[in-house]
Each structure stands twice: as C-alpha cells, then as structure tokens.
Design a protein around this ligand. Structure first.
Ligand SMILES: Cc1cc2nc3c(=O)[nH]c(=O)nc-3n(C[C@H](O)[C@H](O)[C@H](O)COP(=O)(O)OP(=O)(O)OC[C@H]3O[C@@H](n4cnc5c(N)ncnc54)[C@H](O)[C@@H]3O)c2cc1C
Length: 492
C-alpha cells in the first residue's frame, strides 16, 4: 500500500464493490469501424461509458462504483491503449534515481486490478465516432449505447500553431526525432528521449540537450519542462558528462514556479544547465545587479525587477538535418532581439497543447483550445447535461491541466453522477477540489518544489485557483504523493 493515505489528499474515498470481466487488446487498436454491438446493454442498470482510461476517466469510473453499493450502475471505460504510462514524476527517469528503483515505483499500468477492485469494465478499443443525439459511440471494436458519457481523452499537440509553415512531413520528423513526451501514448515518446539520453552518454555526452517549453497558453503540467531540465542536469552531473541542458524559453523566467526554479538552477545546476543563454553564475550576477540577494530576490515585488534583466529565447525554426535550432535572443526587457542558432545533440521540442481531437467527435460546444465547455457550476457540457467531462479536457472552468486536478475533480464528478442516477439530485461543489503539484528538482539531496492551490467558484459558476502556496519539499514527498494519487486508481 502507498506510504501516503489517498484520503489525506482528498478525504473522499468510500468502499469499493466486486469484480467483473477483463478485456484486453493491442497497444493501439486499428481504426477499422465495426458495426457490431460492443457490449449489449443490461436494462436493469444505468449505463455510464467513460471515454479514456487516464487519470480523469479512471477516477470518475471508480468513484461512481464506490458510491453504488447496490450495483445499479454499469460503468464501462473505453481506452485505446492496453497500458497506461503515468506522466507525473516520469521526468525522474531522466535522472535514473536510485530511490525509485529501491521503492519499486512503476510508471506503466494495465487495467486488470482496476477492473477487479472496482467492478468496472475496461475495453481496449478506440472511440472513432459519437452520436450524442442517439447516445451511441462507434469504436474500432463495435458500437455502444450509453445513458451518460464521460469524455476524458486528455490533450494533443498543436505544432501548426507553433510553426505555421511546417508541412506534415516536417511535423512528423519533429515528433519522431525531437519528441515532446507530454501526452498519453503508453510512454513511447518518453522512451525515445530516454534512449537518446543513454546513447548520448555512451558516445561521451558532449553538446546540448535542448529543451523547448511550450510558448504559453493552456499547457498540461506547465512546470514539467523545467523539472525535466533539472533531472537531465542531475544525470549529467552524476555521470560527469561534459554536455549541458539548454532551456530555450520565450519567457524570461520558468512559466510556472518561476522564482523557485531560478533558485534551483543556481543552487543545484550552476554548471550543467543554461536558461536562455544564462548559466547559474550569470543569473546570480544579474540578481545582484538588480540589487538583490539569493535570499530576497524571490519576493514578488523584487522578482519582477529581476526578470526584466533576464534574457528570452523565442524559437523560430528547426533544421533536423543540421540538428540546428534557430531562435530570437533578446537580452533583457528592452532588447528587440537578434537571430541566433544552437546545435543540439538531443532536442525535446514541446509545442503548444490543445484539447484531444477525440473531443471533436462529440457535437457539443467547445472552446478555442478544444476543451468541452461546461455549464456554470457543473462538470457536464453546457450543450448536453448527460455528457460529463474529466481531466485536461474540462472547459469553462479555469483548472490547471494536471493529474491532481483530474483526480480531485474526477472524484467529485463520480460522486455527483452516482448521486444523480441513484437519488435524482444534481449537485457538485467544485470548491472541494484541491490542487497539489510537485516537481523533482535535484537528486543530491532529493528535493522537490510543491505548489498547492485551493479552488474557488466565482459568481459566474467558474471554478478556478484561489489561494496558493509554493515551497520546497523533500523529494520523498513527491514519491509519496505519486503512490497515493497516481498509482492508486490502477493498483488498489
Ligand atoms: C512529464 C509530465 C509530468 C507531469 N507531472 C505532473 C505532476 O507532477 N502533477 C500533476 O498533477 N500532473 C502532472 N502531469 C499532468 C498529468 O499527467 C495530466 O494532466 C493528466 O494525465 C490528465 O489526465 P487526463 O485523464 O485528462 O488525460 P490522460 O491521463 O492523458 O488520459 C487520457 C486517456 O484517454 C485515452 N484516449 C484518448 N482518446 C481516446 C479515444 N478516442 N478512444 C479511447 N481512448 C482514448 C488516452 O489513451 C489516455 O489513456 C504531468 C504530465 C507530464 C507529461
């Protein structure tokens, strides 16, 4: 069992029910549509179909059953991959942390325990069409009817927005050679990057491991690129490689947990990490030039002056044959910028994010990002009150796309759906959700940055972050959080 109680994070779990059938399939299914009925409906139960067995979808599915003691609700999860690779904490794989090995931490899960422990069905199939008027989904394995549907497909990448002139061939090269490793693909992209890192080391580890964070907008786990930079830097130090991590960011500070990451870059990664052309020593010099010290520069009023003196690197193109990245380098707030380029040994190019294209199959209102627009104060679509959403795809509300959000809001949603079906009351208190996000930032000593946020709901019924707290934590805190929040839906 996890060393942390999940209850301590959410205080929402109730008892679970019995076991049911197990469905298995290929890692990613083919997309030939079938017209056969995927699973005939049991008329005695109300059917909830969940699209996507990730952090949001699986949490909603399990919580519905935890609140259905008389087994009146049938819950079916449709997931296209037989194995789920958890993103949170996966950046620590880049640092090859001994603690993870010692504690037997897993990142890849199948759905057998979830089915057995929670009396849900997980069918490995891809949803390829949706007819909301007739409450019918088409999948690669057949069609399926529902009474309620929960749409939880996560994110996709938006390379076109980043490089409007790139054609599909160039985008394909980017995905293959410089993978973003930010979405759910059973861990393929992350494995590619890890393989590149290990090959780089075997060849002497010279040059740059370049990381390009998304240029802004709604992003799944904004701190993840900076956490990854710290973990690669820890690997470089551990193996005494001559190379460096090079962050090319269009913002003058990390776009999440900014002052704390700068402090970490200076404290733990001075020689092995470059942020926008600045080493840790250079950043320290600029902080002092602004009249501050390492102790007081993080204060809000001081940091705004410090970041004006920091550089930005706005990436404009990549030449995959020459392994060269072009960018506009601006040395401080007033600088218009000049064209520069850098050659990479490895590049992790992270484009803009967008809502997963699966959401487009459903004829309901979506926002510009691709999120499904919820009704005020609700977690179902403004166009269709039988269509719920979970995880990163939630629109209207201003949640950070993160696993903790997916799980925390997912538990409230699961309870609410069960209550609606069993008791006819349609209520949800989104202010009960809470957000905690950890980033592992060093391995000697194992250290993390934690941000926790409360959720408030405004008078338009929009749920959003309320107060927040940012602090350093021992790295074991992140491992405990991972076991409690991420492993639990798959293992217990
Ligand atoms: C490197 C990294 C680090 C992170 N660290 C943290 C962290 O420390 N803390 C934190 O809170 N969050 C973190 N996150 C974010 C977190 O992983 C996501 O926000 C979370 O997984 C979102 O859950 P979701 O259910 O919306 O999507 P996902 O977990 O991506 O699940 C979506 C599922 O839907 C399936 N799917 C999609 N389309 C279909 C279809 N048509 N048919 C069938 N199945 C489909 C996918 O295969 C996938 O399994 C991190 C993310 C990354 C990439």
């Amino acid at each position: 069992m996890p060393t942390f109680s999940r209850r301590s994070f959410f205080k929402l779990l109730t008892a679970t029910a019995g076991a049911t059938l197990i469905a298995q399939g290929e890692e990613t299914t083919n997309t030939t549509p079938h017209t056969k009925n995927l699973l005939p409906k049991n008329e005695k139960q109300t059917r909830v179909v969940v699209v996507g067995g990730g952090m949001g979808g699986l949490t909603v599915a399990e919580t519905i059953k935890q609140n259905d003691p008389e087994n009146k609700i049938e819950v079916i999860v449709l997931e296209r991959n037989a194995h789920y690779f958890a993103c949170p904490m996966s950046n620590t794989l880049f640092a090859d942390l001994k603690e993870l090995k010692a504690m037997n931490i897993a990142f890849s899960f199948d759905y057998t325990q979830a089915e057995k422990n929670h009396n849900i069905d997980v069918i490995i199939t891809e949803v390829i069409n949706a007819d909301v008027a007739h409450k019918t989904l088409t999948t690669t394995g057949g069609t399926i009817n529902y009474d309620y549907v929960v749409v939880a497909p996560g994110i996709d990448y938006n390379y076109q927005k980043l490089f409007p002139t790139w054609d599909d061939t160039k985008i394909r090269r980017a995905m293959k050679e410089t993978p973003a490793a930010m979405y759910s693909d059973s861990g393929r992209e992350k494995q590619t990057l890890l393989n590149q890192l290990h090959e780089w080391k075997a060849q002497g580890g010279e040059g740059y491991f370049v990381i390009i964070p998304p240029k802004g907008g709604k992003v799944r786990c904004k701190p993840a690129s900076y956490e990854r930079a710290c973990m690669v830097s820890a690997y470089i130090q551990k193996h005494q490689l001559p190379g460096k991590v090079y962050l090319l960011d269009n913002a003058p500070k990390p776009q999440a947990k900014g002052p704390k990451f700068i402090e970490v870059f200076i404290k733990y990664h001075k020689e092995s990490l470059i942020f926008n052309g600045m080493s840790g020593a250079e950043m320290e010099k600029r902080i002092q030039k602004a009249g501050f010290t390492l102790e007081n520069f993080m204060k809000k009023e001081n940091f705004s002056k410090v970041e004006d003196l920091f550089a930005t690197c706005d990436v404009t193109d990549v030449d995959f044959d020459k392994k060269e990245i072009s960018f506009t380098y601006a040395d401080n707030f007033d600088d218009e910028g000049k064209a520069q380029s850098v050659n990479y040994a490895i590049a992790n190019l992270i484009p803009y994010h967008r809502g997963n294209k699966t959401a487009e199959l459903f004829d309901v209102k979506r926002d510009k990002w691709g999120g499904i627009v919820c009704a005020p104060n609700k977690i179902y679509s403004v166009s269709d009150s039988t269509l719920y959403v979970a995880g990163d795809i939630i629109g209207y509300h201003k949640f950070d796309p993160a696993a903790q959000t997916a799980v925390s809001v997912g538990m409230l949603t699961g309870e609410s759906i069960a209550r609606r079906i069993l008791k006819g009351t349609d209520s949800i208190d989104l202010s009960k959700a809470g957000i905690t996000c950890f980033s592992m930032v060093a391995d000697q000593p194992l250290s993390a940055i934690e941000i926790s946020k409360t959720i408030k709901v405004d008078d338009q019924g929009v749920a959003q972050a309320g107060s927040s707290k940012l602090d350093f934590r021992e790295g074991m805190g992140l491992i405990g959080w991972y076991q409690a929040v991420i492993e639990t839906p798959f293992k217990y």
